[in-house]
Every structure is written in structure tokens, then in C-alpha cells.
Design a protein around this ligand. Structure first.
Ligand SMILES: [Zn+2]
Ligand SMILES: [Zn+2]
Length: 261
């Protein structure tokens, strides 16, 4: 796929979702948020302009991640279909993909999603996720989100990844469960950690419920990925619980380095 085509399909999520047979519940959910926004005009999560939760200008400024990319972890490649790391040691997940580079207005929007419980913004940012999933040939049986630890959930009161995963599941008529994965311990914020520290930080931090995931292909949704270590830890837990496969989808990827530069 060319950069232009990819940019167009992700930048115009509603147009690119036209071919996707969305559920009546998903359409109703859209209408609900449009009605709410009409009565109480929201602020854009990216630029704070009044009127839309994720305005056209911010949407157009988001940089899509485009190939060639590693078929497993989604890292950019100069050539081929697998990166050196995945050739050496394939990850426990089948595939990890992200919509955009974690930068600019999108960075502000994801910060707002994480700390301001903007459910409507989650619905808006789930649209490019749904468009990307529609382009992928993933046999997903069940959608879930990366769970927060007890302490963080109590502090924040909600899980930002759930605000993305629920409308994504609705758009694709897929079942959603927040109970497939549990975080067995609170982990430190990954923001300042190196790749090796990130792996250690989340190693063994998740447990998956065999009753919900056994024999199923699970799609795990998160807001941001940097090294894929969180999705990897989730995939190991899902594997242990007998899941058939684990796929990861995030709105943004933080360790993007342009190989074209
Ligand atoms: Zn904006
Ligand atoms: Zn890779």
C-alpha cells in the first residue's frame, strides 16, 4: 500500500469504514455521540478547538505508519518481511499493528484519553483502529483491552484502552470482554524504561482466563506501543491459558524511526 493510499484510508475513517458492515449498535453509538456533541460542543483532544472531539485538521496531521513493516511486530523495515529481532526470536503474538506515529496532536489526544475519561474521544480514535483492522486478514474471535493494575484503576477510575476497544468491537460486530486478561501486579510506568527494562517490568504481570480464551484468537487493544513488550506479556499469558492466537492493535507507535531519512 502506498503512503498516500494509507494516509487517505486512515485520515478519512468514516469513508474507509463504508465497506465495513457496522452493527446497528455501532451506528447507534455514533449517533449518540453526534447528538451529545451537538448539544454540548466538545473540545478537540488534539488542539482544544471547540466543535469536534478529534477535528479534521488534527486527524489530517496524524502520520500513518506505513510499510514495509515486519509482519510480526510492525517495526519499519528497509526490505523483507521480518525484522532481525523476530527472525532471531519470534514474539508470542501473531502480529502487532498501529495506526499512527505517536507525535503532535495525536500525542495530546492520547494524553487526554488517558487522564480525562473522554469516552467520545475514545469512540473517535477507535475509527482509524476499525479501518486498519478492516484492512488486516486477522481471524479475531474476541476483543479485549490491556488491563490496568488494581491501584492504577482505582486512581484513574477507568481504563483508557477499554474506551478504544469497545467501539472497535462494536464496529466489527465482534464480542468484547474486559475479563479475559488480568494484571496480577501493578507495574511501573514504562515511559522512561529501556527495551530490556520494559520486558522485565511486564514479565509475568498478566493472567488470562482459560474459560474465556481457550481455543480463541484474541485481539488485544492498547493506546500506545513502544517495543511491543506489553502485548508480548499479554500473548504469553493468553498462550498459557490455551488461546489459539494473540493479535495486538494500538492507535500509536512511539519508537518510530523513519528509515527513509
Ligand atoms: Zn484538533
Ligand atoms: Zn519484528
Amino acid at each position: 500500500m502506498t503512503l498516500e493510499k494509507s494516509r487517505a484510508s486512515l485520515a478519512e475513517p468514516r469513508a474507509s469504514l463504508a465497506g465495513l458492515s457496522q452493527s446497528p449498535a455501532s451506528k447507534l453509538y455514533h449517533l449518540f455521540w453526534e447528538a451529545v456533541d451537538w448539544v454540548f460542543p466538545p473540545l478537540c483532544g488534539g488542539c482544544q478547538a471547540v466543535g469536534e472531539r478529534w477535528c479534521n485538521s488534527c486527524r489530517d496531521s496524524a502520520i500513518p505508519l506505513d510499510g514495509p513493516i515486519c509482519q510480526h511486530c510492525g517495526a519499519l523495515l528497509r526490505e523483507g518481511s521480518l525484522c532481525a529481532d523476530c527472525q532471531k526470536s519470534p514474539p508470542a503474538y501473531a502480529s502487532l499493528r498501529s495506526c499512527y506515529v505517536f507525535d503532535g496532536a495525536l500525542r495530546s489526544a492520547l494524553h487526554r484519553l488517558k487522564y480525562s475519561r473522554d469516552i467520545g474521544l475514545g469512540e473517535a480514535l477507535a475509527q482509524p483502529l476499525a479501518a486498519l483492522l478492516a484492512q488486516l486478514d486477522w481471524p479475531v474471535d474476541l476483543v479485549t483491552s490491556v488491563p490496568l493494575g488494581k491501584t492504577r484503576l482505582a486512581e484513574r477510575g477507568y481504563n483508557q484502552s477499554t474506551l478504544l476497544a469497545r467501539p472497535l468491537a462494536l464496529a466489527h460486530r465482534l464480542p468484547y470482554s474486559s475479563r479475559c486478561l488480568k494484571r496480577t501486579r501493578d507495574t511501573a510506568s514504562q515511559v522512561t524504561l529501556t527495551a530490556a527494562e520494559r520486558r522485565t517490568n511486564v514479565q509475568g504481570a498478566f493472567w488470562a482466563d482459560p474459560a474465556l480464551v481457550k481455543g480463541k484468537s484474541i485481539l488485544v487493544v492498547d493506546d500506545i506501543t513502544t517495543t511491543g513488550s506489553t502485548i508480548q506479556a499479554c500473548a504469553l499469558a493468553l498462550d498459557q491459558a490455551g488461546a489459539k492466537a494473540c493479535y495486538g492493535l494500538t492507535v500509536a507507535r512511539a519508537n518510530y524511526v523513519s528509515l527513509a531519512a
